[in-house]
Design a protein. Structure first.
Lengths: 231, 255
């Protein structure tokens, strides 16, 4: 039988000390280099931002689940087209949030969802909330902060200067060349808003997932072009 | 070199097993099934195909690792092969390493076969071959090898079936560790946060190997993170097998 206890020799003691050193080296490697999902955060994430159990439980298959939900969401809208109700808006937001939590890198989904919320449902805050879901995972993604600024300028009049200023500061912190100054952004908002909204709607129309969504977008575009906004 | 001989013998014995052939046929079915996704378009061309390929290859590689691990460990008990380190000059460490390497080599071989299939398919479809997507397949191979090492380690103090079950459970837990850390950071007390941080660093963290979101959306990966992900499984496997061998060498024969 192996493992009978006996007195340790000096050589064995040294060998064990060697093991301790070896363990210390390995532990320091993990503690020093292991990437933590928390250390990248620019600001603390509020608890309401975290949702659901799907992401941890779906293991390595979370992106496949995201595609599945994307198809389900499109099919639901095709079968039960809901137009402009607050419930429809919340359902759309929840579906998009779930998809982006499962696959935060799914940029076509993010752009479609965020633009749809701002253009069709006229809710810039929900649109920003959707972008924030991805920013929780990729806080240094400057394009998304620029996207938020563009949404604010394009869909809210007057845009909130404090918020834009705050995002411009984040871009500065990331050493990202800021596209506009605050006062310029406010001027653009007054002059270009309608044109940007039309451009977004045309993009949505080209990328619509279902014929039901296409009809909703066409109606909104028609309203905007004939200068009769429907809210 | 006894380790190389043992590795070769283990790999050949696994290859001769009928179950390995069944797994190979299953892999062919999965690949053919993934090809059905060619016609689906969800805004990004071939995204569903790539996603299905990645998911099926991940599942298959881990299934291979678990089946091979179970088969090798079952043979150890059935044919009383565990007496070898006690009755010959072979050390417990070499024995465990040889048995592990035999199974791991086949998993790596399957991974390379999947890479070849992906390369041919992507070349035919004019999809970028040298992308993060291929790196993800390599990381699945590393993840499967680590999962195999966990099962070998657990078998040093548990029976074979329990080692397999706990190994699979640890794989599932390991995938959710990054989410668990985020969740506890937002909603729990500091004491719980510290406990979860201990889990995050000490348990085999399979969430490190999951870059599927970056792979499918062609997002870049920081070099520092990549170096870590590639080094992590090597160190973890060496440490697990080392501790496993130490436990095994102190285990009385027949237990």
């Amino acid at each position: 039988m192996a493992g009978v206890l006996r007195k340790r020799t000096g050589r064995e003691f040294l060998s064990q000390a060697n093991h301790l050193l070896y363990a210390a080296l390995v532990i320091s490697f993990f503690v020093y280099f292991a990437p933590s999902p928390l250390e990248n955060s620019i600001e603390p994430v509020v608890s309401a931002d975290y949702i659901g159990h799907e992401r941890p439980l779906s293991g390595a298959f979370h992106t496949l689940l995201a595609d599945h939900y994307w198809l389900l969401s499109a099919r639901r809208l095709e079968q039960h087209p809901e137009q402009g109700t607050p419930v429809a808006k919340q359902n759309f937001f929840k579906e998009m949030k779930r998809i982006l939590t499962l696959d935060p890198g799914f940029t076509p989904g993010l752009h479609y969802g965020a633009t749809y919320l701002a253009s069709i449902y006229r809710d810039v805050d929900l649109s920003h909330a959707l972008v924030d879901v991805v920013l929780d995972y990729y806080p240094y993604w400057a394009d998304l902060i620029i996207f938020k600024i563009t949404q604010e300028i394009s869909y809210r009049y007057p845009p909130r200067p404090a918020l834009i200023d705050q995002w411009l500061k984040v871009l500065d912190d990331l050493s990202y060349p800021t596209p506009v100054r605050l006062n310029e952004a406010l001027v653009y908002a007054r002059e270009q808003q309608a044109a940007w909204q039309q451009k977004d709607l045309r993009w949505l129309l080209n990328n619509a997932r279902t014929s039901a969504e296409k009809q909703i977008i066409q109606k909104r575009l028609h309203d905007l072009e004939s200068d009769r906004p429907s809210r | 070199m006894p380790v190389i001989a043992l590795t070769r013998a283990t790999a050949l014995s696994l290859l001769r097993n009928g179950f390995s052939r069944f797994l190979f046929i299953l892999a062919c079915f999965f690949m053919a099934g993934a090809l059905l996704m060619l016609s689906f378009d969800i805004g990004v061309r071939y995204r569903l195909l790539e996603n299905t390929l990645l998911a099926s290859q991940c599942f298959l590689l881990h299934l291979f690792a678990w089946s091979f691990g179970f088969d090798v460990l079952k043979k150890n008990t059935a044919e009383k092969l565990y007496v070898l380190p006690f009755s010959t000059s072979l050390s417990a460490r070499s024995w465990l390493l040889g048995r592990f390497s035999g199974a791991a080599i086949l998993v790596v071989g399957m991974g390379l076969l999947f890479l070849l299939v992906d390369t041919v398919l992507f070349a035919a479809l004019k999809i970028d071959i040298f992308s993060v997507l291929m790196l993800q397949v390599l990381l699945y191979v590393a993840s499967a090898c680590l999962s195999l090492a966990v099962i070998f380690f657990l078998s040093c103090f548990l029976d074979v079936l329990s080692a397999l079950i706990y190994g699979v459970v640890l794989w599932i837990i390991g995938h959710g560790l990054d989410e668990l850390l985020l969740l506890t950071d937002q909603q729990f007390e500091p004491a719980v946060q510290i406990l979860v941080q201990c889990f995050y660093y000490l348990l085999p963290n399979f969430s490190f190997f999951d870059i599927s979101s970056q792979a499918l959306n062609r997002l870049p990966i920081e070099t520092e993170k990549l170096v870590f992900i590639l080094t992590y499984p090597l160190i973890y496997i060496v440490v697990l097998l080392d501790i496993g061998a130490a436990i095994f060498s102190r285990k009385p024969i027949g237990q």
